[in-house]
Design a protein. Structure first.
Length: 492
């Protein structure tokens, strides 16, 4: 908040609270003789001393200000790296955002997913709208309050900019308040991870069937059809029946809770992989009779919990798994040996998250518990042999900017050089791997030597847990933590 200097009293110190101002002295009124008590003390026509705003010479005042400025900490404040002093708060520089909104839910959501819609690809008009699904994390004493939330975010306007009066009428539609609408599906426990999948309708005039797979805190996997819930947002008067809230299937093959779920992007009918804390991976396929069948034997090989699973974007039988044992393994579900084809030690700590590039399919990004995230070239990974231990290739790129665990990582859907990362230091960061500096440029760090040149943007988000790029709104990111953040920076 700006401070202003107290204004001089223009009325000679006379209070105006009474509502009357001092009267004007009329001609003829008796006025006492003015006596200058200092008239003989000093008088000079040659020497003039200029005083500054505070009555002191400017040179004296400027020297004092310069001395005080030397005590100011000139270090660049880095969000997530430096701690705030008591009484300090963080405020975003709004000029660096094209869009920025925060939307709250009754309970925080550890995981969410974005649902593709029929509003068009590569859309840039404002206000924006989008559809998402999420699972809540209610307090343990209120587990029955947990729900699967099917949500519509609308009224997502762009940041206000200074403009001429002539342009204001053109942008009125772009300025609006964000709206969160939701449909709730009751659940018996908290959701650890949720992913959405769409199956095209046989009739092109009908919307696709949208399924969700939720890995619950109890270890159960629930599959729901949320198609009617999504349709209800744009169809006034629609009522969701209790039957429509029931899961299509309840899968109980896991004996422990887990955090890893992924749908195959290449099998439209629906193929699912799930992993648990005992290190088991299960493959579930939708059958012709609209049922669900899980392989009788789980895939195992990790010595720790399964933290992340990702299907290959180009090979329908291949997926990768990340574990708390510090390894990433690549599997082929057709293998009769039921063992991983590749196994690589990528971290000395838990590998929490992973993302497979859909543009350059031999690139895989990983994020670990020690705050490091890295990019790997799968072409450099060597196949396992019966007696070999996990190989240790060198990453294409690795970054130790974050000082807390990496909680989410995702490649940009259309640009294979852009990666978004979420971490336990309350930040979401954007990275451009195509940035390279020559020796001369690298010498000038601008006081931020700790910041890699590939770092494009740092967004503060309290308790950031998961993020996703919107596949139909270029550059738009959605993150979940204490609330949902929807933003688009001027950097991407």
């Amino acid at each position: 908040m700006s401070k202003r200097a107290a204004e001089d009293n223009e009325n000679g110190g006379v209070s105006l609270k009474g509502g009357e101002r001092p009267g004007k002295v009329e001609e003829g009124d008796e006025v006492g003789e003015f006596e200058d008590e200092f008239e003989d003390e000093y008088e000079s026509e040659d020497e003039i001393i200029e005083a500054g705003v505070d009555g002191r010479p400017d040179a004296e005042r400027e020297a004092e200000e310069k001395a005080e400025a030397m005590d100011v900490d000139q270090q660049t404040f880095i969000v997530g790296r430096h701690k705030l002093e008591p009484g300090q708060t963080l405020s975003p520089d709004l000029s660096t955002y094209e869009m920025l909104h925060a939307l709250s839910t009754p309970w925080p959501c550890l995981s969410f997913d974005i649902v593709k819609d029929s509003l068009g690809d590569n859309r840039k008009a404002y206000p924006a709208s989008m559809y998402t699904v999420a699972g809540t994390q209610a307090d343990h004493k209120r587990e029955k309050d947990n729900v699967l939330m099917v949500m519509k975010f609308s009224g997502l306007g762009r940041m206000e900019k200074e403009q001429d009066d002539e342009d204001s009428s053109d942008d009125e539609d772009e300025d609006s308040d964000p709206i969160l609408e939701s449909r709730s599906v009751p659940l018996a426990s908290a959701t650890n991870r949720i992913r959405a999948h769409q199956t095209p309708a046989s009739d092109s005039t009908r919307p696709p069937t949208t399924l969700t797979a939720s890995m619950m805190e109890t270890g159960v996997v629930l599959i729901h059809d949320v198609t009617p819930h999504l349709a209800s947002f744009d169809t006034p008067g629609t009522t969701i029946t209790p039957q429509q809230n029931k899961p299509l299937s309840t899968l109980r093959m896991h004996k422990a809770e887990g955090y890893a779920v992924d749908w195959s992007p290449l099998i439209s009918t629906g193929k699912l992989i799930t992993g648990d804390n005992h290190g088991n991976i299960c493959v579930t396929t939708r059958t012709a009779g609209e049922g669900w069948a899980t392989d009788s034997r789980p895939l195992s090989g990790h010595s720790g919990s399964i933290e992340e699973l990702q299907w290959s974007p180009s090979e329908k039988n291949v997926f990768a798994s990340a574990s708390s044992d510090g390894t990433i393994k690549v599997w082929d579900v057709r293998s009769k040996s039921r063992t991983a084809a590749l196994s690589v030690q990528v971290s000395r700590t838990d590998v929490n998250v992973m993302s497979w590039s859909h543009q350059t399919t031999h690139l895989l990004a990983s994020g670990a518990d020690d705050g490091e995230w890295a990019v790997w070239d799968l072409r450099q990974w060597k196949p396992n042999t019966a007696s070999s231990s996990p190989s240790k290739p060198t990453p294409v790129a690795s970054f130790k900017f974050h000082k807390e665990q990496i909680t989410s990582v995702e490649w940009h859907p259309t640009d294979d050089s852009l990666v978004a990362v979420a971490a336990g230091d309350d930040t979401l960061t954007l990275w451009d791997l195509a940035v390279e500096l020559d020796d001369e440029e690298s010498k000038d760090t601008g006081g931020v030597a700790e910041v890699p040149p590939q770092l494009l943007f740092v967004h503060y988000m309290e308790k950031a847990k998961e993020l996703h790029w919107h596949p139909q709104i270029p550059g738009c990111l959605v993150g979940t933590g204490e609330s949902f953040n929807v933003f688009k920076t001027i950097s991407v």
